[in-house]
Design a protein around this ligand. Structure first.
Ligand code: HEC
Length: 394
């Protein structure tokens, strides 16, 4: 089996798995935040005596459920206690391997953009890995310094930090690698919260109980705080993870600002849902979020093509451009890739003509192609392709 096919299989299996465990993790995050926000103080004196601070009733799949939350911990530790940690760890592990298979093993094509920075593939990978680790250190530092003083100050500084990282990465790496790494950095921080704070905090609580002591509530409170941060970070991360399909977002000259705006909108929308669980309908949040998204989409709309059919270039005029800029990858026997990516062949006139609308979309409107502009296509060449399309692909 050739290497391109192996990479393809690895990517399929890892992506599939990553999606499955990611759904399990985010699903439980949504569920527990909903649960916490929806619990009501019990009226039953037995429950109060047991130390239950909140409960609720729910029906799902034909069964009735009655979760109860203890103020700190139950008096006796149950034998069978479920821990929610592998959802997070397996999401991080599969995500990291996927990053390796897709980006790090093909860094020259997927990460380096010579128009932005003359990095070697090794340097680009170094930037990526440093972002993942550095993102955690800065977040954790800010959290330790500020969480007790001001949540708002913490949130503002962390947002500024993420935007600064987005700015730096979109100037160092290809647009899609930059967006993906912002997402991977935040996701690594979320898993760091589970690994370094939430689970250890719970372990300390359990250990204190096993010694017969009353556990300190601070461990639970800290774990809760980090868990709530994770909840707010889910939507921005998910956008970053799907952003590679939307070149118009990451290929914009101010891509960092596009990302900042979309992430802000996502957090506002998440905030609405978290308030709604408590019975507060604060419509200003999703409305502002929606308005931000709308403004971004209007801002990024591609300019209409203005070319008269009479003066439009012919296929023969654009063939050399495609041969020089695209056929290195999109050919039956490509030189820059092991096999023609996405099955798109652009090495003969009939195929070029048949792919006209896709060439327009990928090379002109989205500037997603050539990948990482590795073949250094110029704006004049893109304009010529656009004119050829506008002239009716003759
Ligand atoms: C360095 C290799 C490379 C070069 C050069 C390149 N492409 Fe691609 N192309 C890819 C890869 C890889 C994909 C698969 C999609 C992805 O990974 O995002 C792709 C996908 C495509 C697709 C399908 C996208 C879709 O979602 O439908 C089109 C169309 C395309 N390229 C057109 C072009 C055109 C036009 C050029 C020249 C201007 C070009 N490509 C140059 C690597 C390349």
């Amino acid at each position: 089996m050739d290497s391109a096919y192996l990479i393809e299989i690895g990517s399929l299996l890892l992506r599939w798995l990553h999606l499955i465990v990611g759904i399990a993790w985010i699903g439980s995050s949504f569920y527990f935040v909903w649960l916490d926000n929806t619990l009501k103080a019990p009226s039953d004196p037995d429950l109060i005596a047991k130390g239950v601070g909140g409960e609720l009733w729910a029906v799902h799949g034909g069964g009735f459920y009655n979760p109860q939350k203890y103020l700190v911990a139950p008096k006796n530790l149950p034998d069978d206690l479920h821990w929610f940690k592998w959802e997070s760890y397996s999401t991080w592990i599969t995500g990291f391997f996927l990053l390796g298979v897709l980006y790090y093993s093909q860094a020259a094509t997927y990460m380096v953009d010579p128009a932005k920075a003359a990095l070697t593939p090794g340097q680009a990978i170094g930037v990526g890995l440093a972002t993942l680790a550095g993102g955690w250190l800065v977040y954790d530092g800010l959290c330790r310094l500020l969480m007790k003083r001001s949540l708002l100050l913490f949130a503002a500084l962390y947002f500024i930090f993420v935007v600064a990282v987005a700015y730096a990465l979109t100037h160092l790496l290809s647009g899609r690698a930059a967006f993906l790494h912002v997402g991977a950095m935040i996701a690594t921080t979320m898993s760091g919260n589970v690994f370094f704070w939430i689970i250890p905090g719970q372990k300390t609580t359990v250990a204190a109980m096993q010694r017969g002591e009353v556990p300190d509530a601070i461990h639970g409170q800290r774990a809760k705080q980090r868990s709530v941060h994770n909840n707010y970070l889910t939507l921005p991360v998910l956008f970053c993870m799907i952003s590679n399909h939307y070149a118009f977002t990451y290929n914009h000259p101010q891509a960092w600002l596009v990302l900042a705006a979309i992430m802000l909108a996502a957090v506002l929308i998440r905030h609405f849902f978290n308030l709604k669980h408590k019975g507060i309908f604060a419509w200003q949040y999703p409305l502002t979020g929606g308005a931000i998204l709308l403004a971004v989409f209007v801002w990024l709309a591609p300019a209409p093509l203005a070319v008269s059919a009479a003066s439009a270039p012919q296929l023969a005029d654009i063939e050399p451009i495609i041969a020089a800029r695209c056929a290195g990858c999109h050919a039956t026997a490509p030189t820059l890739m092991p096999a023609a990516p996405a099955g798109v062949l652009l090495d003969n006139p009939a195929a070029i003509r048949a792919n006209g609308p896709r060439i327009l979309a990928q090379a002109v409107q989205l500037k997603a192609m050539p990948l990482g502009n590795i073949t250094a296509m110029t704006d004049a060449e893109r304009a010529k392709l656009a004119a050829w399309v506008a002239g009716g692909y003759r």
